[in-house]
Design a protein around this ligand. Structure first.
Ligand SMILES: Nc1ncnc2c1ncn2[C@@H]1O[C@H](COP(=O)(O)OP(=O)(O)OP(=O)(O)O)[C@@H](O)[C@H]1O
Length: 349
């Protein structure tokens, strides 16, 4: 089984440095997500791994095999990579079966066994084999695209925002089916996305790119719980960042005295609180005024102004018994918080 590793990979277009010293190791059979805002270099990174573009410097290896670096550049067709692009990648005038078997050696294209195996792997009904792409839903088309990429048994599969054209309902189900199929084949996979929820819910580990640099590579839980800096904290989910003063492992801020999770020097700092850590209290707590509320069915988010002088913060609350905008509430923080130096910037910087 093949691990994928990048060492000090750098790429510029003209004078524009798009990727800077990327070090990344994807364990064999791992599924990682590369997450970052538009233009941060995600697609470029995939293209370098696939061999569609060539780094200026660094090394890329599939297992023990160097595919770029040490004076060597293996062409894309010899890298054994499966590539799933955003959309519209299927041949419109070929059936599902012909699309899926396209990348197989000619002698294997008629193999019904392999075709049935691939359809089952991506969770598609065998009867769809004779349809044309325009007779499929967007989610079904992306599953066919994955089946086509998996047909030649690639050791590495690269997916470039494969669900971006799907609506929210279809996205989640298709994402789960695709991740399950990738895991079942044992391929090592890299999924590019700008959707935080997709990255957190599907990948084993998430690589966060910012301005062409890898700022954090962690499991979804660790990324959410211990973002490296306030910018990553704000990029991964909702974040309440408040100025604080650290003293002996505790932070004094407008929401009270809170236990700090990470080792932090005494002095000025800022603390990260997730909105779901802030609870509505009946009698005690910090007074705030509800400014507005977004209702999601399973829960709700409210913006509340801490009194007397602010700031406005985001609080996640259960869907029952919601306070009306304009009413006064009491708030308290549960659990510990993460502290950062006071001068750390926002995302992207
Ligand atoms: N062939 C190219 N020539 C010149 N500049 C390029 C080329 N390809 C990409 N770029 C530039 O490199 C930067 C990163 O592009 P890339 O497509 O990798 O970003 P991305 O993170 O995938 O963005 P998005 O999420 O919008 O697809 C952008 O500023 C883009 O304009």
């Amino acid at each position: 089984m093949t691990a994928l590793s990048l060492h000090e990979v750098t790429k510029s277009f003209g004078t524009h440095r798009v990727l800077e010293g990327i070090d990344l190791h994807v364990p064999a059979q791992g599924l990682i997500a590369v997450l970052g805002p538009s233009g941060c270099g995600k697609t470029t990174l995939l293209r370098l791994i696939a061999g569609f573009a060539v780094p200026d410097d660094g090394r890329i290896a599939f297992g023990e095999r160097t595919v770029f670096g040490d004076g060597r550049t293996v062409p894309p067709q010899r890298r054994k990579v499966g590539y799933v692009p955003q959309e519209g990648a299927l041949f419109p005038h070929r059936t599902v079966a012909a699309n899926i078997t396209f990348g197989l050696p000619r002698r294997d294209r008629g193999s019904q066994d392999r075709l049935h195996e691939l359809l089952a792997l991506v969770g598609l009904d065998q009867r769809l084999a004779t349809r044309f792409p325009h007779q499929l839903s967007g989610g079904q088309q992306q599953r066919v695209a994955l089946a086509r990429a998996l047909a030649p048994r690639p050791s590495v599969v690269l997916l470039d925002e494969p669900f971006s054209s799907l609506d929210a309902g279809l996205r989640e189900g298709t994402g789960r089916a695709v991740a399950a199929a990738l895991r079942a084949t044992g391929a090592t996979a890299v999924l590019v996305t700008h959707d935080q929820a997709e990255a957190l819910s599907l990948a084993d580990r998430v690589a966060v790119l910012r301005n062409g640099r890898l700022v954090q590579f962690d499991t979804p839980a660790e990324l959410y719980r211990r973002p490296h800096d306030p910018g990553v904290a704000q990029f991964i989910g909702d974040a309440v960042l408040l100025p604080a003063e650290i003293r002996g492992g505790k932070a004094d801020c407008v929401l009270g005295t809170l236990v700090v999770r990470n080792p932090s020097a005494d002095g000025p700092a800022q603390v990260l609180i997730r909105p779901e850590q802030i609870r509505l209290q009946a009698a005690t707590g910090i007074t705030a005024r509800v400014d507005d509320l977004s209702y999601y069915g399973h829960d709700a988010t409210l913006r509340a102004m801490l009194l007397p002088g602010g700031p406005q913060i985001t609080v996640r609350v259960g869907a029952g018994d919601l306070p009306e905008p304009g009413t006064m509430i009491r708030l308290a923080v549960s659990g510990d918080v993460l502290a950062y130096p006071a001068d750390k910037g926002a995302f992207p910087d």
